[in-house]
Ligand binder design. Structure first.
Ligand SMILES: N[C@@H](CCC(=O)N[C@@H](CS)C(=O)NCC(=O)O)C(=O)O
Length: 217
């Protein structure tokens, strides 16, 4: 049995969605950032930094969403684009983490750090601007209707995660192609099935977290 270690709304959603797209049967082990379940020895044996996602599959376990995505697509011969698109597929797969790093930093600043004195308004503004820049690259790079000219692939999943969560920090109004792409992805039956299995939100309480105006820190 394939077993996904998951926290709702986290990067493990990428793998939840990918497994649904691949039509694989799997179980979800839901964890929380707010208990110690990701820091226990059993979990650290699977994911040594105590992060999600981790996937138990084919008699072993794997961590890092990019590695898991590549492994699943290679071993199941699916959602990898064409051979000619291989360099682009790899580029986008790893670029997904460039986007996600800004989302993670903004989540840290706005959500995880609970007291105002812990936060840096400068960092919040900087990270929002840097996230917007990374999403502008997607706006320019999309080959309608998906990222790769050959059609939907796993990099649509990997990259869109950063935009789906990132829109809590950056308005997408100025990125019409990204907005249309997200709307298109949201129509996919596998995406809907993944969303239904994502679990209750643990992280974000608001739809949008504005960066503080300059002059407020
Ligand atoms: N590059 C890794 C990042 C994994 C990661 O940091 N996941 C976050 C959730 S989005 C996590 O598990 N955070 C828990 C922690 O930092 O303790 C991947 O793509 O899998």
């Amino acid at each position: 049995m394939i077993r996904l270690h998951h926290v709702p709304q986290s990067r493990s959603f990428r793998i939840l969605w990918l497994l649904e797209e691949l039509g694989l049967s799997f179980e979800v082990v839901e964890h929380s950032f707010f208990d110690k379940s990701l820091r226990g020895p059993d979990y650290l044996a699977i994911s040594p930094a105590g992060r999600v996602p981790a996937l138990e599959i084919d008699g072993r376990s794997l961590f890092e969403s990019g590695a898991i995505t590549q492994y699943l697509c290679e071993t199941r011969s699916a959602l990898q684009g064409t051979a000619a698109e291989r360099p682009d597929w790899l580029e986008w797969l790893h670029y997904a983490e460039t986007i996600a790093a800004h989302v993670a930093n903004l989540t840290q600043q706005h959500v995880v750090l609970r007291e105002d004195w812990m936060r840096s308004p400068t960092l919040m503004r900087l990270e929002a601007a840097r996230l917007r820049k990374t999403l502008e690259v997607v706006e320019r790079g999309l080959s309608d209707p998906f990222i790769l000219p050959s059609g939907f692939s796993a990099v649509d999943i990997a990259v869109s995660y950063g935009a789906i969560i990132g829109q809590r920090f950056v308005r997408l109004d100025a990125l019409p192609r990204v907005s249309a792409w997200l709307a298109r992805l949201a129509e996919r039956p596998a995406y809907r099935r993944a969303l239904a299995r994502d679990g209750l939100s643990q992280i974000y309480a608001k739809d949008f977290y504005p960066a503080p105006e300059p002059g407020h820190g």
